[in-house]
Design a protein around this ligand. Structure first.
Ligand code: C5P
Length: 237
């Protein structure tokens, strides 16, 4: 089902703006991403609202710290009804492994469903020039694959990666590994600050399980029509 696989990014600053967008998209969209922009302002209220509306939630806070701090932070967040949460794979193997173990133990003790945990590989906004400027010389796609394999070994449920890297991750990490891809732009859409992008159909064909899409829907003259056009493209793909 395409609508289980489209995640609309609620990159807005207030509850009011979030509610307006969710109302506008109505039954067309059932999965939303709450990121830093909204969570730092509205906190748990944003997730409670979506949970009450029976929407699925990806809490995208990209935790990156020492293993104990990340794991305990995730345990604090686990009560907020998110279906999926994430950390940076660059936090390393121990960080990811500790996160998986502690969150599962915590969910078991609290008798709540354990959220899926995924690892951000390399941000989709990083271009080869930016990558070199940061001091790295290997290919971005090689590093993305290395981090995806490390995430899998640590027990993570999947990764966030660019749609351009989804096919190598799918080939190496197996069929049940989640591949969540931002950097989605329908043909002809504004690229904004993204770099390693693909269309919704190409991302699915490359093996993405979930597409995270923000501005192409949020900034459209008619967000509901934009979401439905994307869902239609996904169904055809
Ligand atoms: O507006 P746009 O479709 O570019 O939004 C993409 C969303 O995905 C943003 O909320 C951004 O934070 C998120 N994201 C990303 N690249 C990653 C991880 C998350 O663009 N690697």
């Amino acid at each position: 089902m395409a609508d289980d696989r489209l995640i609309v990014a609620l990159d807005v600053h207030s509850m009011e703006d979030m509610q307006a967008l969710v109302e506008q998209l109505g039954n067309s969209v059932s999965y939303y991403k709450v990121g830093m922009e909204l969570f730092y302002r509205a906190g748990a209220n944003a997730l409670s609202y979506l949970h009450e509306k029976n929407k699925r939630i990806f809490l995208d806070l990209k935790l990156h710290d020492i293993p104990n701090t990340v794991a305990e932070g995730l345990c604090s967040l686990a009560a907020l009804h998110a279906d999926m949460m994430n950390v940076h794979a660059l936090g390393g193997y121990e960080m990811m492994k500790t996160a998986v173990q502690k969150v599962r133990e915590h969910a078991g003790r609290a008798n709540i469903p354990a959220p899926k945990l995924i690892a951000v590989t390399i941000l989709t906004s990083i271009s080869s020039d930016t990558w070199q400027e940061m001091g790295f010389s290997q290919k971005i796609s090689d590093e993305v694959l290395r981090l995806a394999l490390l995430a899998k070994k640590a027990g993570m449920d999947g990764v966030v990666a660019s749609p351009q890297e989804a096919s190598i991750i799918r080939a190496e990490c197996g069929s049940d590994f989640l591949i969540v891809t931002p950097g989605i732009r329908p043909a002809g859409a504004n690229i904004d600050d993204q770099s390693r992008i693909a269309t919704p159909a190409a991302a699915l064909k490359n093996g993405a399980t979930h597409l995270v899409i923000g501005r192409p829907i949020r900034a459209a003259a008619n967000p509901k029509a934009a979401a439905e056009a994307i869902l239609h493209e996904m169904e055809r793909a």
